[in-house]
Design a protein around this ligand. Structure first.
Ligand SMILES: [Zn+2]
Length: 171
């Protein structure tokens, strides 16, 4: 197990790794605090804009340089749909309305859970921002090469599979 924290955020004692209720967990022997390691949820929007699919070319891993729908981490204080709408505006400049949930994607060795929505634009203009190099409007989902094992992580391979599934889901 990976140790994420050295000291207990509650009482300051050194954390240890060992069994707690039958699970090996990072915990505090002094106060009982348990450092849970949970995947982080990401909201992602497949956006239809003027009859085309709006994708952003990613500036950061995973799959840096690939075309993907805009998305980002959900923060406390916002719902999954609210975060997805916010991220779409920040990354590709479009105001969107969500139409339906496409699917929820997760894998045991990946630290992210993707919640993917189908959406359509209701305003704004395609403009790359934040983690996007550029915005592209596509008639069809663009084919992209599989990630090279020389650099790809488990997250890259998983995300590539998610993108293919999203492409198949929306045509
Ligand atoms: Zn403690």
């Amino acid at each position: 197990m990976t140790i994420a924290y050295k000291f207990c955020p509650h009482c300051g004692a050194a954390l240890i790794v060992g069994p707690v209720s039958g699970h090996v967990r990072e915990h505090c022997p002094a106060c009982g605090f348990i450092a849970f390691h949970n995947p982080a949820p990401v909201g992602l929007a497949v956006i239809m804009h003027e009859g085309k699919v709006a994708l952003v070319r990613r500036a950061l891993p995973p799959l840096k340089g690939y075309w993907a729908p805009p998305g980002g981490h959900i923060e406390l204080g916002e719902s999954a749909p609210e975060a997805t709408v916010r991220e779409a505006k920040e990354e590709c400049g479009l105001d969107i309305a969500l139409d339906r949930l496409i699917g929820v994607y997760s894998q045991a060795d990946v630290r992210t859970i993707i919640i993917a929505y189908l959406a359509h634009s209701i305003g704004g203009a395609p403009t790359a921002g934040d983690d996007a190099v550029e915005v592209g409007l596509f008639d069809e989902w663009p084919p992209q090469p599989p990630p090279d094992p020389a650099w790809a992580t488990a997250t890259d391979h998983w995300f590539y599979g998610v993108l293919r599934e999203l492409g198949a889901a929306v045509g």
